[in-house]
Design a protein around this ligand. Structure first.
Ligand code: HEM
Length: 155
């Protein structure tokens, strides 16, 4: 069960990154065009995927070896002094929650009664910021925290 969730968490990272890129790109190129249901649906799928990541992430953080269990067994000061332990116990968690909040804010603007150009601008701003934050806090295989991890499950 845990491994399945970890694989899903790993695969969904690509779904989120692609949806963010599509949402930002579409609002950039269509900035002077109407904000359509297609734009809104991209934001909706993005938000649903982000919420799913949050649920899986919290499950991993509570039950897995890299979150709460490390704090309980090693102690807060040891975790805070070790960059890899700190990354999973706090930095990844806080960074990703911040990104998910940005996605929610971006999507909420697209439902408001605002001019279409403003909706495009807000989508670019909030989804663009979320993209940067997520890229920063992913444990990529080339990072110390991501050593031994893969780009895609099975590879
Ligand atoms: C958009 C949001 C998120 C993205 C893109 C993301 C991405 C990732 C990726 C790519 C991994 C490595 C997976 C692997 O190598 O198999 C990972 C691991 C992990 N993530 Fe996330 N994550 C997100 C949100 C969260 C949140 C909100 C939490 C906690 C509340 C969380 C907790 C964890 C934990 C504990 C691990 C390590 C699990 C383990 O190796 O046992 N993630 N995350």
């Amino acid at each position: 069960m845990y491994n399945g969730m970890l694989h899903l968490h790993s695969v969904l990272r690509w779904v989120i990154l692609i949806l963010l890129l599509v949402a930002v790109y579409k609002s950039l190129v269509d900035k002077n065009k109407p904000f359509t249901s297609g734009h809104r649906k991209t934001g909706l799928f993005l938000m649903i995927t982000a919420d799913l990541m949050l649920l899986i992430g919290v499950y991993q953080w509570i039950t897995g070896p890299h979150g709460l269990k490390n704090i309980q067994s090693k102690g807060m000061s040891v975790v805070m002094k070790n960059s890899v332990l700190r990354f999973y116990a706090f930095e990844h968690f806080v960074g990703m929650v911040a990104a998910i909040i940005l996605i929610h804010i971006g999507y909420s603007y697209t439902k408001k009664d605002l001019p279409d150009a403003t909706k495009h601008k807000r989508a670019v701003l909030y989804f663009g910021l979320a993209l940067l934050v997520i890229l920063t806090f992913i444990p990529w295989p080339f990072r110390e925290a991501g050593a031994g991890r893969v780009w895609f499950p099975g590879m």
